[in-house]
Structures are given as C-alpha cells and as structure tokens.
Design a protein around this ligand. Structure first.
Ligand SMILES: Nc1ncnc2c1ncn2[C@@H]1O[C@H](COP(=O)(O)OP(=O)(O)OP(=O)(O)O)[C@@H](O)[C@H]1O
Length: 603
C-alpha cells in the first residue's frame, strides 16, 4: 500500500478516500482492476474508427453540394453516387467498430469490477473484529455492491462514450479548422466559458456524490440492522422508533441525491445553452463569410454539421463527467476498504508453520485496550501446559472473551506477546494457525444448509462417513437420529430451525471434525434442558480429550471438570488452581461458585 493510501486510513476505521483527487482515484481504481487496462489501445483505436464514419458525413454533404448538386456544368449524379457510397462505407465501419468497442468494454469492465469486488470482499475478512460493527456492516455491503455498480455503469457506458466523444471532438475540431480557421476559433471561444463551468462544478458535483454514496451506506446500515435485529425490535415493541430511523436515513439519501442531481443539471443545461448559442453565432458569422465569398454553401453546410458533431459530444461529456463523479465517489469507498490496513496481518509466506501436536500456550505481559477505550487486560502472564483443560472464569466484562480473541489472533495485543509452543503468534501463518487453533464462539454461526454441511464447514473435504464417525465419537449419533431427515435436515437461516442447545452441539461437532490441537471455547450462556446439558457435557469431554483446551466457562460443570481454573477479575488474573482448591481458598472463585450452586438449586 502506498504511503498516501496509508495516510488515508483512519485508525481502526474504514478509509474514506475522500482526500484522493479524481485523477488519483481513477488511477488507483484501474490499478486494482488491471483488466480494465487490458487491450485498451485496441478499444480506443476502434472508438476512433467508429467516429471517423460520423465525421465523414459533413465532408460528404459538402462534396455532394459543391461538386455534385452545384457542379459548374449542372448536377453531377456520378459524384453524388460516389459520395453516397463513401458515406455508406463510413456508416458500416462506424456500426461495426462501435459493436466491437461495446463488446470489449463490457468484457473488460465486468471482469475488472469482479476482481475489485473480490479484492474488497476478501479484505473485509481481514478487517474482522475491530473495524466492523453492526452499523458499518451495512455500509460495507453497500461498498461491495451498489458502489461497485456505479463504477460499472460509468466504465461500461460513460467510459465508452467519453472515449468516443473525445475522438469526435478532436476530429471535428481538426475538420472545422480545415474548412474555416476563423469559424473554428469562434466555436472554441464560445465553449471556453462552458469548460470553465465544468471544471468548477466537477469538484462540487464530486463532493455531492460522495455524500450520496455515504447516505446509501447509512441507509443499508439502518435497514440491515433492523432486519438482523427484527426479533429484538418486535420483542421491545420499538418498531416505530426503528421505522423512524430508517425513514430518516431514506430521507437523508433522498435529499443528498436531489442535491447532487441539481448540481449536475447546472453543468448539463449550461452545455445546452452554449451549444444553441454557438450554432447561432456560427450561422451569423458563416453567412457573412459566405456572402463575402470566402466560404462555399457546401462548406457552410458541412461546418454546421461539424458544429453539431462538436457540441453534441461536449454536451454529452458534461453528463458523463457527472456520472464519473458518482463513479469516483463509489470507487473511493471501495478503495477505502482495500486500503484500510488489516487489524491483524497474515505473515503468509514469511510466517512460521507450527508442527502438529499438543500446544503450550504462553502469555507474556499481555495488555489490551479496545480502540478509544481504556485498558481491558493488564499485564497477563500465563503458561498453559499441553493437553491440559483450563477453564477461565470471571464476572461479566472481566476480559475473558478478550483473552480468547487474543489467543486465536482475532485481534493483536496492545502490549506483550502471546506464544504457541514458544512461537510469537504474530509470526505464525494464518493457514497453520487456523488449522491448529479453533475457536468455538458462544453462538456458532450456522449457515442456511444441511446439518451435514454445517458440521463439515471447517473441513469441506470431509465425507459423510467422517461426519458420522465424529457424531458417534461425541455421542451425538442418537440425537441426529431423532431429527426428521438426520444429517440431511435443513438448519434454516442462522440455524433457526434448531434449538439453542442443538446449535451448540453442531458447533462442537464442527470443531471436533476440524481436529485442532488447541481448542478455545467461549461457552454459551444460554440455558439448555437437562438432557441436552448431558449431551453437551459428554461431547465436550470427548472433544477436549488429548488437546490443550481453554474454555471460557459459564457453567459450574465445565469449571469442575477442568484441570485448572483461572480466575479473571477486572482484566487481571487473580487466582488459579484446581476447582476444589479454589473453593476452599474462599476468594473470588469461591463466591462465584456459591452463586452457581445457588442458581442450580433454584432451578
Ligand atoms: N469491541 C469492543 N469495543 C470496545 N470495548 C469492548 C469491546 N468488546 C469488549 N469490550 C469491553 O472490554 C471489557 C471486557 O470484555 P469481554 O468481552 O472480554 O468480557 P467477558 O469477561 O468476556 O464478559 P462476558 O462474560 O459478559 O462475555 C468490557 O468492559 C467490555 O465492555
């Protein structure tokens, strides 16, 4: 990433890219989608060729008028036929080359933008945790969808037209000067004010479209939050408040869109006005010149055609430049994703691959603070022996999940080092880390699909037999047999056809099949029925056997079964030891234990 782009990156936020000029944005955009550049010279040549036919028309009109109809010896049909034939060839060449220009542009833009989408999408994964929050997710989606669409519209239509227009303006200018340098100068002088207006308005229109793209992101953010949180919204009967928020976002977008369009209309209508005035001025000056005999009738007619060939693309270009500003605004937002430094970088090929086998975990003076917040973990020193089962307990907000996220490198420490088998976590390549360390989150995300596919999510190459074996070894085969379609049962979106306890069972099976050496479990807090509790406990026993496992324990049974319990309080380790010893000690853990026992008795 360039130093400039680095400068665009907000700390732990997405780069907006607004500091980039239009030109820089276009260059960076094309750099990210190299396909857009591929064969561009051929496309441009074809675009020029397609305008040649159009420019031929005024020339043919002049020749037919002066040498054919007004020929000194009376109308000459031979000349008329020849020039009509030339015009026909010109029209066919124009049509054919325009066809190929279109096809080539469609192909390169679709391929180039698909590359851009994929790059942005892959990078979103690297931005995990800190840069993403629910609000931004909607905005992120808009960056890879609707923002890329605006670029696509411009690259396919605007880009093509801009190329053809520039070629047409250049050829028309050359011909105008050939026919009459004076009239050519008049046309250009008439257009100078328009060029000044366009230049001035580019910045204004650009800023207006940047606002529109941001509003689209906000709107999608508000809508996606309402969809994801639909249950909570209904449960608390806050539909009105949610609707108000969405209404406000839609209204803000409407206003921004109208604002941007109103500004672009200024440039467009100025173009129309200047074009009309130019034709009138050319007509007056041209008639005077013709009356003086320095211009033939054919040349005047040809010139009027040329003025049209000149003004029409200029007018169109004002519109396209507005479209370009919209696309540039979209491009900036997509580039913003790609140029935002990943929270956690993969050392990739420079990284270490850990050999398989039970893992020793070490925290050396680890401290952590979330962006903008105070320290959450302080100076954690901890060594966990291979194959041991450790339970981390502590009050809510004490820092347990943060510890788990650091251990699995979903985030990097603010200070100190986490090591696996003595190797700094930051130097282990992701492919090795992800295959050896698995985090089972509280709410294991299930995808809309079958139970089978959800279990082999982390190891898609696993066969059905492997999955069945996993279920047997975890003691879950009987449970699967009770489901209507067994492994083929559809779990529904986010696994909503399963109960919370069943979803946890799937998460454990998934982790078992992935066969990690270090297992980090963020135990679910949701209560489950006694039979599922037994199943979970048995599955957990099998899953953790022979591996190093660290469980953020919310259940007494998990803490009791652990070899060692580590107690976290306000971001520090305050006690550690076996369950029975800690209960006897009468400290933080024994109080926690008392409340657990009381809770269980109450149930
Ligand atoms: N993404 C975040 N941004 C800012 N602060 C956060 C973030 N996540 C957690 N925190 C804060 O860090 C502290 C520790 O949170 P953590 O989730 O590690 O606690 P926990 O012990 O796992 O709690 P629980 O048992 O409720 O899951 C809390 O004060 C929390 O408010």
């Amino acid at each position: 990433m360039s130093t400039r782009s680095q400068a665009l990156v907000e700390h732990h936020g997405l780069a907006t890219g607004t500091e980039m000029t239009t030109w820089q944005t276009l260059r960076r955009g094309v750099q990210l989608s190299p396909e857009l550049r591929k064969g561009i010279w051929v496309t441009m040549l074809l675009a020029v060729l397609s305008t040649v036919g159009r420019v031929l028309v005024p020339f043919v009109v002049q020749r037919i008028t002066d040498d054919g109809i007004l020929a000194p010896g009376g109308p000459d049909t031979g000349v008329v036929v020849v020039y009509i034939a030339i015009a026909l060839v010109g029209v066919v060449v124009t049509a054919l080359s325009a066809y190929f220009v279109n096809i080539r542009l469609f192909r390169s833009s679709e391929t180039g933008l698909a590359t851009l989408r994929l790059k942005a999408f892959r990078h979103i994964h690297d931005l995990a945790m800190l840069t993403q929050n629910s609000e931004r997710r909607g905005s992120l989606v808009s960056r890879v969808t609707s923002d890329v669409d605006t670029i696509s519209m411009f690259v396919q239509f605007g880009g093509l037209m801009l190329m053809i227009n520039v070629a047409q303006i250049s050829l028309a200018t050359v011909l105008m000067f050939v026919y009459s340098p004076l009239l050519g100068l008049v046309v250009w002088l008439c257009f100078v004010p328009l060029f000044v207006i366009i230049r001035r308005f580019q910045g204004i229109v650009g800023r207006a479209y940047t606002k529109v793209r941001e509003r689209v992101g906000d709107m999608l953010g508000a809508i996606s939050e309402a969809v994801v949180g639909a249950q909570a919204i209904r449960a608390y009967a806050v539909e009105d408040r949610t609707a108000e928020r969405i209404d406000a976002a839609v209204e803000a977008h409407r206003k921004a869109a109208i604002g941007a369009q109103a500004r672009s209309v200024v440039a467009f209508t100025s173009g129309q006005l200047v074009s009309g005035l130019t034709t009138a001025v050319v007509l007056v000056v041209g008639t005077v010149l013709a009356a003086r005999g320095s211009l033939t009738l054919g040349e005047l007619l040809a010139f009027l055609f040329l003025v049209n060939l000149f003004t029409q693309p200029v007018q169109q270009a004002t519109e396209i430049l507005n479209e370009m500003q919209n696309a540039v605004a979209g491009w900036r937002r997509v580039i913003g994703i790609i140029d935002t430094r990943a929270d956690v970088a993969d050392p990739a090929d420079d990284g270490v691959t850990l050999p398989r086998g039970p893992i020793t975990v070490q925290f050396d003076g680890v401290g952590f603070a979330y962006p903008g917040g105070g320290p959450v973990l302080h100076d954690i020193d901890l060594t966990i022996a291979p194959r041991s089962r450790v339970a981390i307990v502590g009050e809510t907000g004490s820092g347990k999940s943060t510890l788990a996220k650091l251990l699995t490198r979903l985030m990097d420490t603010s200070s100190g080092t986490v090591r696996l088998d003595g190797v700094d976590l930051r130097t282990i390549r992701f492919s090795s880390l992800r295959s050896r360390v698995v985090l089972v989150p509280q709410e294991g995300f299930l995808f809309d699909g079958t139970l089978l596919d959800n279990i082999r999510f982390g190891r898609p190459e696993a066969g059905e037999e492997d999955v069945r074996l996993t279920l047997t070894e975890l003691g879950l085969d009987a449970w699967v047999a009770t489901l209507p379609l067994g492994l083929a049962t559809d779990v529904g979106q986010r696994g909503e056809s399963l109960s919370a306890g069943e979803r946890q069972l799937v998460a454990l099976a998934r982790a078992y099949l992935a066969d990690p050496d270090l297992l980090v479990l963020d135990e679910a807090t949701s209560a489950v029925d006694p039979s599922t509790e037994v199943r979970l406990q048995r599955a957990l026993d099998s899953l953790t056997r022979g591996r190093t496992s660290i469980a953020i324990a919310h259940r007494l049974s998990t803490a009791q079964a652990a070899d060692e319990v580590i107690v976290v309080d306000a971001g520090r380790i305050v006690e550690r030891g076996p369950h029975s010893e800690l209960v006897r000690r009468g400290g933080v853990y024994s109080r926690l234990h008392e409340s657990w026992v009381a809770q269980q008795q109450a149930v």
